[in-house]
Design a protein around this ligand. Structure first.
Ligand code: PMT
Length: 416
């Protein structure tokens, strides 16, 4: 039985060249057990016919707001109520603007306004239209209302431009929708997740730390717990509530995080995710009294902290799947892959932290998944959504036969 069994999904298709990709999306969603109904805007009918989508979805395609026959069958309000998820894909710039404005002047926008279901929007448009301040503001408005924006991807566009604005691939859209519905697929599994920064004291009032807010790690813990895993969250000092069903252990320093992690993996563990931004160095001496201001310079000796995830991955009690993060400001994939190999990780999540709006202390994140089969760019989305996608991928990896998760020995160069 597919993960989307008995889930009802409406796809509102609007007029863009990417409308043809909806055929594949319908196939994927139905293949996973969902029932799919299509609302086709007038513009979309220039790109794809109602008959094609009717054949693929198995339901009549809805096109008009005030259509007597349609209203006698499933009227627009019933249609809106039927949905467990309402997806607009591809969403043109005009559709994004009309959704942001709360318009209800055709079937698609009316049903989108009337539905109690979560709204997902996958934009597709020319890169200049996507980057236009008006579109940015409209997308922001939708995000603030809780609408989930999927993509868009960047690349070559139908008009010949290269840039952001391509419809996200159907496989990713389908995975985003799937991840919205929690499974208990990790029931019986144990997950340990590290989160937040560490604080390395210099004296009773000062410390060395970083900008990690813990949001990514807490979202991962929430997703793991929702998927049914016994979830242990080992967190540095952050201002976040503990997600439901998660056991939280608070630490301050890298040494404390190290001790708790090594202690926790003594119990058989399926998944270890190191999303904490652990300080690589600590002050050699933690002065017992406040350091006084004397002289123009102050020299602080730093000593290296233990590399927690490397020890976890090399332990006799190694969890089945060890996943690290790599926060990089340059040469993202190269450095991330280096960390995967050096630290003997099964997976590394490459996080480009050179961009202010993703990574540290942001609500959204965009990462690349790297394992021994290659790399895969994950959609730019909220940390909550991303966490669901990542936990689902971890689940898939855990369900692969043992020899497909083989561990790699360390290469010569240490670029940790
Ligand atoms: O907390 P947020 O504000 O939500 O931000 C999320 C994040 C940017 C912190 C997160 O997504 C992220 O990228 N975490 C890893 C940050 C980091 O320290 O990366 P790194 O490249 O320095 O470390 C690589 C891996 O080794 C990480 O899994 C880290 O947890 C681990 N490590 C590092 C040093 C150390 N002494 N011990 C470790 O276990």
């Amino acid at each position: 039985m597919g993960h989307l069994h008995s889930r009802n999904i409406i796809i509102g298709v609007t007029g863009g060249i990417a409308a043809y990709k909806i055929a594949e999306l319908i196939r994927l969603l139905r293949g996973d057990g969902a029932s799919v109904r299509i609302i086709l805007s007038r513009g979309a009918q220039a790109f794809v016919t109602p008959l094609t989508l009717q054949s693929l979805s198995g339901y009549p395609v809805h096109t008009e707001l005030l259509d007597e026959t349609a209203e006698m069958g499933m009227g627009h309000i019933e249609l809106a109520r039927w949905a467990d998820i309402f997806l607009v894909a591809p969403a043109t710039a005009d559709t994004v603007a009309r959704l942001a404005a709360g318009r209800a002047d055709d079937l698609l926008t009316t049903a989108a306004l009337a539905t109690p279901a979560p709204l997902f929007v996958a934009p597709a448009m020319n890169q200049h239209m996507w980057n236009n301040a008006a579109t940015t503001a409209n997308i922001q408005t939708l995000r603030e209302r809780g609408v989930k924006i999927i993509g868009p991807d960047a690349g070559e566009q139908a008009c010949g431009d290269v840039g952001a604005g391509r419809l996200t691939e159907p496989e990713t859209i389908s995975a985003e929708i799937s991840a919205h519905f929690p499974t208990r697929a990790l029931e019986g599994k144990r997950a340990i997740i590290t989160a937040g920064p560490t604080r390395e004291p210099m004296d009773p009032v000062r410390y060395i730390s970083n900008h990690s807010s813990g949001k990514m790690g807490f979202a991962l813990a929430q997703a793991a717990a929702e998927a049914g895993a016994e979830t242990i969250l080992i967190s540095g000092p952050v201002m976040l509530d503990t997600p439901k069903g998660v056991t939280r252990i608070n630490v301050e320093t890298a040494l404390q995080m190290h001790e708790v992690c090594i202690d926790q993996i003594q119990k058989p563990t399926d998944l270890f995710v190191g999303s904490a931004a652990v300080a690589d160095y600590r002050a050699e001496f933690n002065a017992p009294q406040k350091i006084k201001k004397v002289g123009d310079t102050l020299t602080l000796n730093l000593v290296r902290n233990p590399d927690i995830i490397t020890e976890v991955a090399g332990s006799a009690h190694r969890p089945s799947l060890v996943v690290g993060f790599a926060a990089e400001t340059e040469q993202l994939l190269e450095y991330a892959e280096g960390k995967r190999l050096t630290k003997q990780l099964d997976v590394v999540i490459a996080n480009d932290v050179s961009q202010a709006d993703i990574g540290f202390n942001s609500d959204i994140n965009g990462v690349t998944w790297l394992d021994d089969t290659g790399h895969d760019v994950m959609p730019l989305t909220t940390k909550q959504n991303l966490a669901k996608l990542l936990i689902e991928r971890c689940r898939q990896k855990l369900s692969q036969p043992e020899d497909q998760n083989k561990h790699i020995s360390a290469p010569a160069e240490d670029n940790r």
